[in-house]
Design a protein around this ligand. Structure first.
Ligand SMILES: [Fe+2]
Length: 407
């Protein structure tokens, strides 16, 4: 395939829309980047570290065309979130799909002014983070970011829109009631992720939780693991833009939430070995949709080869029976505005009276020797820790199962 013309016309549009992504181009399609390390301290310029740092590079063009043609889970069922509010049978169906596939796509979880409000709020947070990372180093790979990973509290619970519209969302509440068979589930916080135009790499498939269960005796193959029980947690990611084949939609591999290799270990393939169909197993839904994910289900980010940012803020919930130590991340004044049920779910993350919650994003990059270090230091899916009681319940359970397997 011949590379496209590098003239002005080929870059029309990209030039205008590259404010947060691909390197800024001049009128002739030349980049304004200086690889010697002298960059204008300007939000519109980044230093590409990859050969793919050019939206019209032949490899990028070829991958974009391939994704445009093949991306998306064929026949994906999308549940109408607004209809769920009127029909509990539909909420049950959504929960059944979640249990079957490890996730469920729900459209219209945010609509109208609520969607606009959340789009503006997440955009504001994106720009706050970008002011700290002018070279788009990212904290989940180049041009790819975790809100929580950069936040001082690990969450965005201090942002009113996250709390009111995502943590306290009525559509997901109706569905989670059936996912957990209880309304006493727990909000542990939430952040989410975004990727800029120019995040050209696949994020490896992963799950968002370690396996705290299958280690009764580290010298023995575990008999039972976290994949053998009901969903321990549900993360709800909300699309702020339409998720298209080329703008970095989330990929979810159906059914992997209960998959286990011999020994119960997590064994998702790395990107090099990943089958093509898994790379194309993406959730394409309109803005305002929510992807409700069992955190055990294999998932990952995909390249954003469009000209715009793709943003998926989230809310994270634990099953009523599941416990982890939670940091207070929600100021009282935010909590006070939630519904009674929203307050119930946020009971473990709300600040005590007069407790100060440090909010904002990491600012100490210089002192630590550069932004890259500061960003990469952020906690990548840190293993969960457990209260003694919960841990011992599981240990007893695993010990009994182990014993039984030897009979
Ligand atoms: Fe993840």
């Amino acid at each position: 395939m011949a590379p496209p013309s590098r003239g002005k016309a080929a870059y029309a549009g990209i030039e205008e829309s590259a404010q947060l992504g691909w390197r800024t181009l001049d009128g002739d399609g030349n980049t304004l980047q200086n690889n010697q390390g002298s960059f204008p301290q300007d939000d519109s310029v980044f230093a590409a570290k990859l050969p793919f740092g050019d939206p019209m590079h032949p490899d990028v063009v070829a991958l974009r065309e391939h994704m445009a043609e093949n991306n998306g889970i064929p026949g994906l069922t999308v549940i109408d979130g607004q209809a769920v509010l009127e029909d509990d049978e539909l909420a049950k169906r959504a929960a059944a799909i979640f249990h079957r596939d490890g996730f469920v796509a729900v459209s219209r979880a945010l609509v109208g002014d609520d969607l606009t409000r959340m789009q503006e709020a997440s955009d504001k947070q994106v720009r706050e983070m970008m002011a700290l990372d002018p070279f788009r180093v990212g904290n989940r790979g180049s041009h790819r970011y975790s809100f929580g990973g950069a936040s001082h509290t690990g969450h965005c619970s201090h942002v009113a829109e996250w709390a009111e519209l995502l943590f306290d969302n009525e559509v997901t509440r109706r569905i989670m009631k059936h996912i957990f068979d209880s309304e006493n589930y727990i909000c542990r916080g939430g952040g989410g992720d975004f990727c800029l135009a120019g995040s050209v790499e696949y994020q490896g498939l992963h799950q968002d939780m370690g396996d705290p269960v299958g280690n009764a005796d580290p010298n023995e193959e575990p008999v039972i693991g976290i994949r053998d029980g009901p969903p321990p947690a549900c993360t709800c990611n909300y699309a702020m833009q339409d998720l298209t084949p080329v703008n970095g939609p989330i990929r979810q591999v159906p059914g992997t939430h209960t998959h286990r290799a011999p020994g119960g270990r997590f064994n998702a393939p790395n990107v090099q070995d990943e089958p093509e169909w898994m790379k194309m197993s993406t959730v394409l839904v309109p803005a305002g949709s929510c992807v409700m994910r069992d955190v055990r289900c294999w998932h990952g980010g995909t390249p954003n080869l469009s000209q715009e940012e793709r943003c998926l803020p989230n809310a994270e919930f634990l099953a009523p029976w599941f416990w982890e130590n939670m940091q207070h991340s929600m100021p009282r004044e935010i909590y006070d505005k939630l519904s009674p049920h929203g307050q119930l779910t946020c009971r473990y993350i709300v600040a005590d009276e007069d407790e100060h919650i440090p909010v904002g994003y990491r600012m100490n990059a210089e002192a630590k020797g550069g932004l890259e270090h500061a960003f990469h230091e952020s906690d990548e899916a840190s293993p969960l820790s457990y209260e003694e009681d919960s841990a011992s319940i599981w240990k007893d359970f695993v010990a009994r199962k182990t014993q039984a397997s030897k009979l």
